[in-house]
Design a protein. Structure first.
Length: 205
């Protein structure tokens, strides 16, 4: 009897088991990860480039590669950070051929905070205003600071996962987060305290 594939929210333990099922050749487990994470991966990829088709192609490449290489892949603790890293590496390989996409100061692709226009067309004007406020706050940050804030407060990732994604040690990630928050507070000192509340980032970015 085949194991059931969960259709709702799955925790890390369940996803580890599903990943093992995928590595063992279960196509349903593979389809589960594709369906669950495609939208998240697309939103993440769009943070590095406005080229929607490029992001879509990169996502396809990621899933084709993990399917083709699944007999050689290892067990992993968390699937989402793994897929994020795979997509980031795929995009960066493309960016290496397109130097115009690199940030002049960091020699890295710019981490974008703005939402696509269609995502800003929402019924709640107050929400749109708050989202715009957060985007303005983040404009004071460097691309790396924007990236770490996105992982920590939008995706809610653990510091260990952020370390892997950004290829930095634990203390360096902590310092980067603190510098980003300090920069926001410094640049927008005197503004409404609610505008400086970093927790808003997780709700409105």
């Amino acid at each position: 009897m085949k194991e059931e594939i969960p259709t709702g929210q799955s925790g890390p333990v369940e996803e580890q088991l599903l990943w093992e099922m995928f590595l063992s050749g279960d196509d349903r487990a593979y389809a589960y990860f594709y369906v669950k994470y495609t939208d998240d991966l697309f939103a993440y990829g769009m943070r590095f480039t406005p080229d929607r088709e490029l992001v879509k192609d990169a996502i396809q490449d990621v899933f084709v590669k993990i399917y083709s290489n699944r007999t050689r892949l290892n067990k992993i603790d968390k699937v989402k950070p793994y897929l994020f890293m795979a997509l980031k590496n795929t995009l960066f390989n493309v960016f290496q051929k397109e130097k115009a996409l690199y940030h002049i100061d960091t020699i890295e692709p710019v981490f974008i905070t703005e939402y696509p226009v269609e995502d800003m067309i929402i019924a709640d004007e107050q929400e749109a205003e708050r989202k715009q406020r957060i985007n303005q706050l983040l404009e004071a940050l460097t691309p790396r600071q924007k990236e770490v804030i996105y992982y920590r407060y939008v995706e809610g990732m653990k510091l260990d996962d952020i370390c892997k994604l950004m290829e930095m040690n634990y203390q360096s990630v902590q310092n980067l987060i603190q510098r980003a928050i300090g920069r926001i507070r410094s640049v927008y000192a005197g503004k409404s305290s609610s505008a400086l509340n970093v927790r808003l980032m997780s709700q409105y970015l």
